[in-house]
Design a protein around this ligand. Structure first.
Ligand code: ADP
Length: 403
C-alpha cells in the first residue's frame, strides 16, 4: 500500500508518499504561502530533480490538487494514477483527551476533531482544513488522523495534573498534554530495537531537541512524563520559547512592559528562549558561530547554550529519578543530530550514574539510523537516532485502514 502523509500548517502543507511494502519514500515536498501571494509547491520524486511550481494557491484544496498532479505527472511524478494511493495519513498536533489513538476520518471523528481546535488554535484548524481539502479531491480514499500528543496520554494522573483546582481540570481539560509524541514514540521504539529488547522491557529518556524541544520519560514503551505542558511553551529553553517560567514573573513582566495577556504570550513564544537570551539568535548554527567570534555577542550566545544544556540536564536528572533503572538516553532532532557538543554538555558529570559519552564517537553529524556514543565505562546507552515522524504516521494509517 502507498500512503500519502500530510502535515498541514496554516499556510503550508508538507507531504510524503511512502510505499509501505518497503517503507521507502517515493516523493516528498511542500506547498508554501497558501492563501498568501507568491505561493509555490516544491516537489521531489525519488532520484529525479526537484521541481518548483509557482502557482496561485488560494486554499489547501488547490495545493492538494497541484501535489496530486505532480505525483502522477509523467516526467516528475512517481505513480501512474491517484488510485494507487491507498490511504492518506494526517498529522494532527493536539488530541486533547478526545482521541487516544489514530482514528479513521468519519463524520463523527471530524465533529470530534473540532473540539480540539482551542487546544492548538494555530495547528489543529489547519490540519482540519487539510483533511477537508483531501476529502474534496480524493473522496474515496480512506483518511486517518494521527495525533502528536496521543503517545503522552499514558502519563499517570500525578504526572499530567497541574496543581490547580481539580474541578477546573475536569471542566476545562487544563493539564499537561506534551508534544512531539510521534517522535518520542519512534525513537524510543528504535532504541529498544537497537538494544535487542521489546519496548516493554526497557526504560528510556528521549530528548527531542530541535527548534521546539521536549524530553520524555518512557517506561516499558509507555510515556510516563514529558517536559512540555498544556501547550508546547513549557519545559526546557527553546529556539524562541521561554520554557518553564513562574506565572507570577509573567504577570510582573506584562505589567512593567504594558502588555496584555496575548502580547506577553507572544513574547514568551516568539521572543524568548535562545533568541531572547542571545540577542536575536534562535538557531544553533548562528549561536555557535557567535561563540567562535567571541566578544559580547559570543558571551551572550554561550550563556544561551549553557542555559539550554542546563535545562535539559535537569529534566534528564528528574526523569532518571522517575524511572529508576534507565537503559538508554536517546537524542533526536536537528540540535542533537548536528551539535554533538551539546550532548556532552547535557550529560557532563553524570558518570557517577553510569552515564558516559564517548566524545570521539560523538561527532557533529548523524548519518546512520542509530549512532551509539556510549563511553567505554557507560552503563546507560547514549544514542543519537534521527526521528521519522512521517513513517510513524504512515504505519499508523496503514494499520487503521487494514483493521
Ligand atoms: P524543527 O523541525 O523543530 O524546526 P529541527 O529539528 O530542524 O527543528 O532543529 C532545528 C535546530 O537544529 C536549529 O537550532 C539548527 O541550528 C539545528 N540544525 C539543523 N540542521 C543543522 C546542521 N546541518 N548543522 C548544525 N545545526 C543544525
Amino acid at each position: 500500500m502507498k500512503v500519502l502523509v500530510m502535515n498541514a500548517g496554516s499556510s503550508s502543507l508538507k507531504y510524503q508518499l511512502i510505499d509501505m511494502d518497503n517503507e521507502s519514500v517515493l516523493a516528498k515536498g511542500n506547498a508554501d504561502r497558501i492563501g498568501i501571494d507568491k505561493s509555490f509547491v516544491k516537489h521531489k520524486a525519488g532520484e529525479k530533480a526537484q521541481v518548483v511550481i509557482e502557482k496561485d494557491l488560494p486554499s489547501h484544496k488547490e495545493a492538494i490538487e497541484v501535489i496530486l498532479s505532480l505525483l502522477v505527472d509523467a516526467e516528475n511524478g512517481c505513480i501512474k494514477s491517484m488510485e494507487e494511493i491507498g490511504a492518506v495519513g494526517h498529522r494532527v498536533v493536539a488530541s486533547g483527551e478526545y482521541f487516544k489513538e489514530p482514528t479513521l476520518v468519519t463524520d463523527e471523528s471530524l465533529e470530534r476533531m473540532k473540539k480540539t481546535f482551542e487546544l492548538a488554535p494555530l495547528h489543529n484548524p489547519a490540519a482540519y482544513t487539510g483533511v477537508m481539502a483531501c476529502l474534496a479531491v480524493m473522496p474515496n480514499t480512506p483518511s486517518v488522523l494521527v495525533f502528536d500528543t496521543a503517545f503522552h496520554l499514558t502519563m499517570p494522573e500525578k504526572a499530567y495534573m497541574y496543581n490547580i483546582k481539580y474541578e477546573d481540570y475536569v471542566e476545562y481539560g487544563v493539564r499537561r498534554y506534551g508534544a512531539h509524541g510521534t517522535s518520542h514514540r519512534f525513537v524510543s521504539g528504535k532504541a529498544a530495537e537497537y538494544l535487542g529488547k521489546d519496548p516493554s522491557e526497557v526504560n528510556i529518556i528521549t530528548c527531542h531537541l530541535g527548534n521546539g524541544s521536549s524530553i520524555s520519560a518512557v517506561k516499558g514503551g509507555k510515556c510516563v512524563d514529558t517536559s512540555m505542558g498544556f501547550t508546547p511553551l513549557a519545559g526546557v529553553c527553546m529556539g524562541t520559547r521561554s520554557g518553564d517560567i513562574d506565572a507570577s514573573a509573567v504577570e510582573f513582566l506584562a505589567t512593567k512592559k504594558g502588555m496584555d495577556i496575548h502580547q506577553i504570550l507572544t513574547y514568551l513564544n516568539k521572543e524568548s528562549g535562545l533568541k531572547g537570551l542571545s540577542g536575536g539568535y534562535s538557531d544553533f548554527r548562528d549561536l555557535t558561530a557567535n561563540v567562535a567570534e567571541g566578544g559580547v555577542k559570543g558571551a551572550r550566545a554561550q550563556l544561551a547554550l549553557d542555559i539550554f544544556a542546563y535545562n535539559c540536564k535537569k529534566y534528564v536528572g528528574s526523569y532518571m529519578a522517575v524511572l529508576g533503572k534507565v537503559d538508554a538516553i536517546v537524542f533526536t532532532a536537528g540540535i542533537s543530530e548536528w551539535n554533538g557538543f551539546i550532548i556532552n554538555n547535557i550529560l557532563e558529570g553524570l558518570d557517577v550514574y553510569g552515564i558516559e559519552v564517548d566524545k570521539e564517537k560523538n561527532t557533529d553529524s548523524c548519518p546512520v539510523p542509530v549512532k551509539d556514543i556510549t563511553g567505554p565505562n557507560g552503563k546507560v546507552k547514549v544514542l543519537v537516532i534521527p526521528t521519522n515522524e512521517e513513517l510513524v504516521i504512515a504505519r499508523d494509517t496503514k494499520a487503521v485502514v487494514e483493521k
